[in-house]
Design a protein around this ligand. Structure first.
Ligand code: TXA
Ligand code: MG
Length: 351
């Protein structure tokens, strides 16, 4: 299939570009579109076959349910039921925004979306192009991240093109994603919200609005298979770099010293070494290594925004082993640390 690549703000006036993409969606085609978190691969959630095509295009496991994207709150009330007061408060506080709420399903969307669960995940993205597209199509839109399963989520349209060219009807290029990590996923089916996947909206922010918050136990150790995750997607190792990634956690000074030793040892063994580090430490590591530095110690937003891009660069640079400096799991750092843990084969604690 030929993928139509539409750039917003290019040849066609913006309204016409969105209209075209909206038509493709409505008629059952797959349209990749920007959101503030990562690019999504959208399908009309009312059509079984279109939703099935998402799983085919991505190579996604059949039991991993999708998030439905909406552009107004009325849609949430027509698609789900028994919405708790805390869930309503969270919608008021954070929609549109990087927060997905899992609610009781009314079974209006295709059963392929929820993969047979009795709950439905909903999100209203805070991105002008996404909202315009959702409004244009005016149907609930199922959209996972627009990457091939097992690759880092795409944070710009070129990443989508790399993974899905020829597999989807349309890619809508609306520029780079401002956050760069997937939304916070909250189980809101009971009155106390439970964080299933950390994102830009932090547990502390949830607590401020809902009064209480719980963290799913699997977040403590995303690799621990024994804990049954509430969110089916959390059991998959989402992204594994081609080269093994060793994550170092602890104080920044100790991480740096330990990483240097390990890097030097691997270089002595003749390996090609990749390092993912803070801006401050760029010069600290040997020049023979492939050093990719992003964000200073306290610039978590920049680290989050560039993380997936850097992981793609590491894959292309054909290194044999990657060492990554960990971040403190506080605030947005909780989400960054969670994604780094999931990408790693080994975590070294330098405390
Ligand atoms: O930021 C985001 O959330 C992006 C953009 C495109 O909106 N989407 C995204 O979708 O990250 P995806 O499919 O990559 O991740 C969805 C996560 C998975 O972990 C899935 O298991 C979980 O949400 N999920 C979806 N529906 C669920 C449900 N009913 N119950 C529990 N978990 C659910
Ligand atoms: Mg994903």
């Amino acid at each position: 299939m030929k993928t139509l690549f539409l750039k917003v703000d290019s040849k066609l006036p913006k309204g016409k570009t969105i209209k075209k993409a909206g038509e493709i969606l409505l008629e059952g085609g797959l349209v990749a579109f920007p959101t503030e978190t990562v690019y999504g691969l959208g399908a009309n959630a009312l059509l079984d076959e279109s939703v099935e095509n998402i799983f085919k295009a991505k190579g996604r496991p059949q039991d991993n349910p999708l998030i439905v994207h909406i552009w107004n709150k009325e849609q949430a009330f027509s698609l789900t039921q028994d919405i708790s007061s805390s869930a309503k408060a969270l919608m008021e506080a954070f929609w549109p925004g990087p927060l997905t709420l899992i609610l009781k399903d009314k079974k209006k969307v295709s059963s392929k979306v929820t993969t047979g669960l009795s709950s439905l995940a909903l999100r209203m993205p805070n991105n002008e192009v996404a909202l315009a597209l959702l409004k244009e199509a005016n149907v609930p839109v199922a959209a996972p991240s627009a990457n091939l399963s097992g690759r880092p989520s795409p944070t710009c349209a070129l990443h989508v093109l790399e993974d899905l060219e020829g597999k989807v009807e349309c890619i809508l290029d609306g520029g780079a994603c401002s956050i760069g990590l997937e939304s916070t996923v909250i189980d809101a089916t009971s009155n106390i919200p439970v964080v299933l996947r950390p994102g830009a909206i932090t547990p502390w922010q949830i607590k401020e609005v809902a009064g209480e918050v719980w963290l799913d136990p699997s977040l403590e150790n995303p690799k621990e298979e024994k804990i049954r995750p509430l969110s089916p997607g959390m059991k998959y190792r989402h992204y594994a770099p081609k080269a093994p990634l060793i994550l170092l956690e602890g104080s920044q000074e100790k991480i740096k010293q330990e990483a240097l030793k390990l890097v030097q040892a691997s270089l002595r063994e003749g390996k090609r070494v990749g390092i993912f580090c803070r801006e401050e430490n760029r010069q600290f590591y040997p020049k023979e290594a492939r050093v990719v530095a992003i964000g200073k110690e306290n610039e978590l937003e920049i680290i989050a925004e560039s993380l997936y891009k850097v992981l793609r660069i590491m894959d292309e640079s054909k290194v044999d082993i990657i060492f990554a400096e960990g971040v403190e799991a506080k605030g947005l750092g909780l989400a960054v640390a969670n994604r780094l843990k999931k990408a790693s084969v080994k975590i070294i604690n330098t405390f």
